[in-house]
Design a protein around this ligand. Structure first.
Ligand SMILES: [Mg+2]
Length: 377
């Protein structure tokens, strides 16, 4: 079996635009083979970067034609070495991960096995997910309370919120979390994402307040430029410090581990890729750290890939789920994975990733640039 072609499909932000938040573009990849078998993948596309990553994938496509789709590590090696001359970076990683995901899908279908069976033997029967409740529209506390309560009522037992953004002080953010804590009840875990908005002093203040409110997860308290400060925060709080969504290589994650700068590593599935995340997870495990799978992507191929890797990672914390992308994703993807009332996903037995993509739906989306984001004066 040889690769005979590769197609990319940009899904515009209008598809996932909702009342709650502005939409996000998605980028899907179809790898075709001369046997008639094909596989689907998805590349992470940060806002306004979908064309850059699409172009990288299409530039790589001609090198893939005629190669064996089952040689996934060979593909990764050639993409990083022969194609990129080791001049890697975040966007190239997204391109590589998207193609790699499609190759795993093909491999699973060809071998009639779900991808997690090819990665390792599963170490759980269900994969826990949490609901990301972020909105990139400015939201009042009342609106955030209603939204998170809706997710809890829908069955999610963990919700993630962003109390320190939009110029909110630590004190104001902590007051918001206190209100949420009182409203959501004791059975709902509140995960906090600071989105790198704090510094060492304000993060320590935030940690103390969050500890008192029974929060256990603080994601990205500050930028990763100062690992020494992040390491101090990690050692001085009982909260689990979660970080890594801006990183794309195993080497970068290894540095975090060496500096004891996190308790939970957070690589994006469609940027770091299945193979590399498995390796990052093994390194994390050796340092008593856990793994959370970052998934700011569609709730289609990238969610399926997240669930596969999560199935085989012993040191898993949770997988990220975006309720606001569910309906959008269902416009082009039939996800074979089923979840229970508490939103834990049962292991899917379908071969490959366990997704069916409606290619005709993808070709009908009309591309347009996403909404303008803020550009402070
Ligand atoms: Mg985050």
């Amino acid at each position: 079996m040889k690769i005979s072609g590769l197609k990319t499909f940009l899904i515009p932000t209008t598809v996932s635009d909702s009342e709650w938040a502005l939409g996000k573009a998605f980028l899907l990849i179809k790898v075709e083979t001369d046997s008639g078998l094909s596989g689907w993948g998805e590349a992470y596309v940060p806002h306004d970067c979908e064309h850059v990553i699409d172009a990288l994938i299409r530039a790589m496509a001609r090198y893939l034609e005629g190669t064996d789709p089952l040689k996934i590590e060979k593909f990764r090696h050639n993409a990083l070495n022969a194609f990129a001359n080791l001049q890697a970076g975040f966007h190239l990683s997204c391109a590589i991960a998207g193609i790699e995901m499609a190759l795993w899908d093909i491999t699973g279908i060809a071998m009639e096995q779900p991808v997690y069976r090819l990665l390792d033997s599963p170490c759980r029967t269900q994969v826990p997910v949490y609901a990301n409740c972020h909105s990139n529209k400015e939201r009042s506390l009342d609106e955030i309370v209603v939204y998170t309560k809706t997710q809890y009522a829908d069955g999610f037992r963990m919700v993630k919120v962003y109390p320190f953004l939009n110029g909110r002080t630590v004190e104001q953010g902590l007051n918001d979390v206190k209100t949420l804590r009182q409203t959501l009840g004791p059975n709902c875990s509140i995960l906090i994402d600071a989105w790198r908005a704090l510094d060492y002093d304000s993060a320590i203040l935030a940690c103390a307040g969050l500890e008192e409110l029974g929060v256990e997860w603080l994601e990205d308290p500050m930028p990763l430029d100062d690992l020494k400060a992040l390491s101090r925060i990690t050692s001085e709080t009982s909260l689990s410090i979660v970080t890594g969504e801006t990183l794309s290589t195993e080497t970068e994650f290894e540095l975090l581990l060496q500096k004891n700068a996190a308790n939970i590593l957070n690589p994006d599935i469609a940027c770091c890729g299945l193979s590399q995340i498995q390796s990052i997870a093994a390194n994390a495990r050796a340092r008593s750290c856990q793994m959370a799978i970052h998934n700011f992507n569609s709730m289609g191929p990238a969610l399926a890939a997240s669930l596969h890797i999560a199935a085989v990672i012993p040191n898993l914390a949770a997988v990220e789920y975006f309720p606001r992308f569910k309906t959008a994703s269902e416009q082009f993807c039939d996800l074979h994975w089923q979840h229970g009332e508490d939103w834990a996903f049962d292991l899917c037995r379908s071969p490959g990733l366990g997704v069916t993509i409606d290619e005709s739906a993808l070709t009908h989306f009309e591309y347009q640039l996403g909404p303008m984001r803020s550009w402070p004066a």
